[in-house]
Ligand binder design. Structure first.
Ligand SMILES: *Cc1c(COP(=O)(O)O)cnc(C)c1O
Length: 379
């Protein structure tokens, strides 16, 4: 089955009793055993639930993995993956990652004995230089947040695997519709399902997708042991969102491209970060590695913070809010919002400035979005 067909057909028709077309929400904490040895596949909802299982099958199929565990947030998924490692283990992470991931690594796991190097992985040679005998994991986000830098997944995997190091990719920004990291050698994929997979800004959730049986087994154990799995109701909402993933991603991309083209020619804009523009440094790589450019873009405004803040508050259609990947367009200020949890030095090193504005292009008509952003720049 092709991708769009799997979006609709994997993880449904789980109800053999009444044959409901859609997977029901199994709102139950526990399941009745037939006898002291036998249950019907589920015993307790933290460990497993039929609705959540349906979602996990769906995402595993879309990413091309063998298994998936759905968690209560994207950050919970990332925390679960970090539990694969032991105190003393070294992790090489991209330096321009999601702010909450940086906070989790830098303020939580670094204090529990894991060691991190944050380096720009857009140049894979930086990975070679950062590797130590204790390195166990490389953490990649591509495109990166918020500057949309593209990292060569195959090149990173080749270097990492030569050294016996696992590669984990956060694929939230493109969703499996536009990028499937397993096809480039990545070992584990994580998502914040809060974003494109659910797509309707009404759930916070995450998942860990695996392709090796030993990782699948350990992630299953860890998510249950930590208690970070998601509720059946949230799983059902994400499963419902996934049915339109392909349609939505195409519409997000259409809007993002129209906005990027307008911004690229606007006199008040200094620089646009969208891999779909031919002058983006990652454009050629993105064309090889991805099947689309996605719905996220950022730009630097001419001037400074005051000019940026004016644009942010003048839009009518773009809501000033964190998050991304929902049907509605959002505008955000990484400096005080999504990346406030990074240290100012880490922000500057990653290239995020007071001029940087991030946009999650929704599925509204692109002309309306272009008009609105233009009036907010010129108002
Ligand atoms: C939002 C996001 C996360 C964190 O996910 P939550 O669902 O908010 O916990 C992780 N990575 C990326 C790229 C994100 O955009």
């Amino acid at each position: 089955m092709r991708f769009e067909t799997r979006c609709v057909h994997v993880g449904v028709q789980k109800d053999s009793q009444y044959r409901s077309v859609m997977t029901p929400i199994y709102a139950t904490s526990t399941f009745i055993w037939d006898d002291a040895q036998t249950h019907r596949g589920f015993d307790y909802t933290r460990s497993g639930n039929p609705t959540r299982r349906a979602l996990e099958e769906s995402i595993a199929s879309l990413e091309g993995g063998i298994d998936c565990r759905a968690t209560g947030s994207g950050v919970a998924a990332i925390a679960a993956v970090m539990h694969l490692f032991q105190p003393g283990d070294h992790i090489v992470s991209a330096n321009d990652i999601y702010g909450g991931t940086f906070r989790l690594f830098y303020n939580v796991f670094a204090k529990r004995g894991l060691r991190f190097s944050f380096v720009p992985l857009t140049d894979p040679d930086n990975l070679r230089r950062a590797l130590t005998p204790e390195t166990k994991c490389v953490w990649v986000e591509t495109p990166s947040n918020p500057l949309m830098n593209i990292t060569d997944l195959s090149a990173v995997c080749e270097i990492a695997h030569e050294a016996g190091v696992k590669v984990v990719a956060d694929n939230t920004f493109l969703s499996p519709y536009f990028q499937r990291p397993f096809e480039h050698g990545v070992d584990i994929v994580v998502h914040s399902t809060t974003k494109y997979l659910n797509g309707h800004s009404d759930v916070v959730g995450g998942c860990v997708v695996t392709r090796h049986p030993d990782d699948a087994e350990r992630i299953d154990y860890i998510t249950n042991a930590l208690g970070v799995t998601c509720s059946p109701y949230d799983a059902w909402l994400v499963l419902r969102g996934i049915k339109t993933l392909g349609l939505r991603m195409e519409a997000h991309q259409r809007s993002a491209m129209a906005l990027a083209q307008m911004l690229a020619e606007h006199p008040k804009v200094e620089r646009v970060y969208y891999p779909g523009l031919p002058d983006h440094p990652g454009h050629e790589l993105a064309k090889r590695q991805q099947t689309g450019f996605g719905g996220m873009l950022s730009f630097d405004i001419k001037g400074g913070r005051a000019e940026a803040e004016k644009v942010l508050t003048r839009t009518r259609l773009f809501a000033l809010a964190e998050s991304l990947g929902g049907v509605e367009s959002l505008i955000a200020y990484p400096e005080t919002m999504s990346h406030a949890s990074m240290t100012p030095e880490a922000r500057r090193e990653a290239g995020i400035s007071e001029k940087t504005i991030r946009i999650s292009a929704g599925i509204e008509h692109p002309d309306d979005l272009v008009e609105d952003l233009r009036q907010s720049l010129e108002g």
